[in-house]
Design a protein around this ligand. Structure first.
Ligand code: NAP
Length: 400
């Protein structure tokens, strides 16, 4: 079965690639059934049948556990490694299963170091701000280090006590002995490869700026390091294509250059609400990026329409950003848009821009018909609630 290859930083995509998928737990199967029909219809329509994806199911989560006794079987990872690009629905996080989260495990095992979340407004979707259409950002969040490194010890545990004593005896740090301890490692390597991805994306997609979001005024060496390493790699690797804000002297950015700026995390939340047009691509460490992605998604109408991609060098897994919504499982009820838009990101990354555009137009038109899933219907005056599959049908009818 033909697989996608990766050479010199580029994807090589056959006309009929095999793409593994994990349908997900809870409502995952309902969503996937709708989404895959939209993908196939858009590919067929844009290529007149010349292109086709061979979808290959791999197991993870509850379905995998029932079939194999493992939440994340080695075979799943092997297949994703072989085919390089995959898409997944939401997965239940096993409670007390010895694994913090399947999603985190997948990202770390495949070194998917950039979590990419585009946030834009879809006309007709109810949103809490007056002009939601002004926000159009793509957030690149570091996906491996910082709090995701998971170095944390319970209060009064032997590990926490030992660390507190070490920090006190060695460096004179004053820490209450009964404290819990968390450590956030952030490296130059990890920060720079994330910023590089964000800048490459801005250049490729003609976006005007990349903003480094950090809390470097307080955490000078981790968060401040992220900012400094970010500016440094922009200058070293993209000196001809970028300009730091400090070099503009307040004047217009020269044509064709990407502006590199930085903002302190707390101020950034305010900026996105008050001056959304000034932000385009955002690069952030793990925790800042986590908060910011959800806050930005809320600004344009919520997580139901928010896609995500976890991307490394030569591997990528696209996924819905919401969870399994288990209370609606099997009811053909929830909104499939998050997985559908994750597919849009995947097709864009693979260079199938025509497929991506057709789906986005179909989705925009479907929302405007006001025949939408319950989550949108309950907020949209005059809307009619339809099932997951009926909403997928409406998108397919409007592919353009
Ligand atoms: P959740 O599954 O995201 O559901 C919370 C609420 O969000 C739902 O009750 C529903 O709200 C709304 N919602 C979620 N998906 C929707 C969709 N497709 N369409 C419309 N509305 C949607 O969060 P959770 O209940 O906290 O988590 C459930 C499980 O998912 C847990 O095991 C968690 O660990 C896992 N999880 C997985 C991922 C992932 O795989 N990426 C991410 C987050 C959580 P209303 O009931 O108000 O309509």
């Amino acid at each position: 079965m033909p697989s996608i290859a990766y050479q010199d930083g580029r994807w090589i995509v056959p006309d009929q690639p095999t793409i593994p998928f994990i349908e997900g737990d809870g409502t995952g199967p309902d969503i996937w059934r709708g989404a895959v029909r939209v993908f196939d219809a858009a590919i067929a329509k844009t290529s007149g049948g010349a292109r086709k994806v061979e979808w290959l199911e791999v197991l993870a989560g509850e379905k995998a556990f029932k079939a194999t006794g493992s939440w994340l079987p080695d075979e799943t990872l092997d297949v994703i490694r072989r085919y390089r690009v995959a898409i997944k629905g939401p997965l239940t996080t096993p409670v007390g299963g010895g694994m913090r989260s399947l999603n985190v495990a997948l990202r770390q095992l495949l070194d998917l170091y950039a979590c990419i979340r585009p946030v834009r407004y879809f006309k007709g979707v109810p949103a809490p701000v007056t002009n939601p259409g002004r926000l159009d950002v793509v957030i690149f969040r570091e996906n491996i280090e910082d709090v995701y490194a998971g170095i944390e010890y319970q209060a009064e545990s032997a590990e926490a006590r030992a660390l507190i004593e070490f920090l006190r005896d060695r460096f004179g740090a004053k820490i209450r002995p009964e404290s819990a301890i968390g450590i956030k490692p952030m490296s130059k390597f990890g920060s720079q490869r994330l910023v590089v991805k964000a800048i490459q994306y801005a250049i490729k997609s003609g976006r005007p700026s990349v903003t480094l979001v950090h809390k470097g005024n307080i955490m000078k060496f981790t968060e401040g390091g992220f900012r400094d390493w970010g500016y440094a790699v922009a200058a070293e690797r993209f000196g001809a294509q970028t300009i730091p804000e400090s070099d503009t002297g307040g004047a217009r950015v020269p044509q064709g250059k990407v502006l590199i700026k930085d903002r302190i995390a707390d101020a950034m939340f305010q900026q996105l609400v008050l001056r959304p047009r000034e932000y385009s691509v955002i690069a952030a460490p793990n925790l800042n990026g986590d908060y910011l992605s959800d806050a930005a998604a809320a600004q344009v109408g919520g997580l139901g329409l928010a896609p995500g991609g976890n991307v490394g060098d030569g591997y990528a897994v696209y996924e819905a950003t919401h969870g399994t919504a288990p209370k609606y499982a099997g009811q053909d009820k929830v909104n499939p848009s998050s997985v559908i838009l994750s597919g849009v990101m995947m097709f864009e990354e693979l260079g199938w821009d025509d497929v991506a555009r057709a789906i986005v137009r179909g989705l925009e038109a479907a929302v405007l018909t006001k025949r939408v899933t319950y989550d949108l219907a309950r907020q949209l005056p005059g809307a009619t609630e339809v099932s997951t599959s009926a909403f997928a049908d409406t998108i397919i009818e409007h592919l353009a």
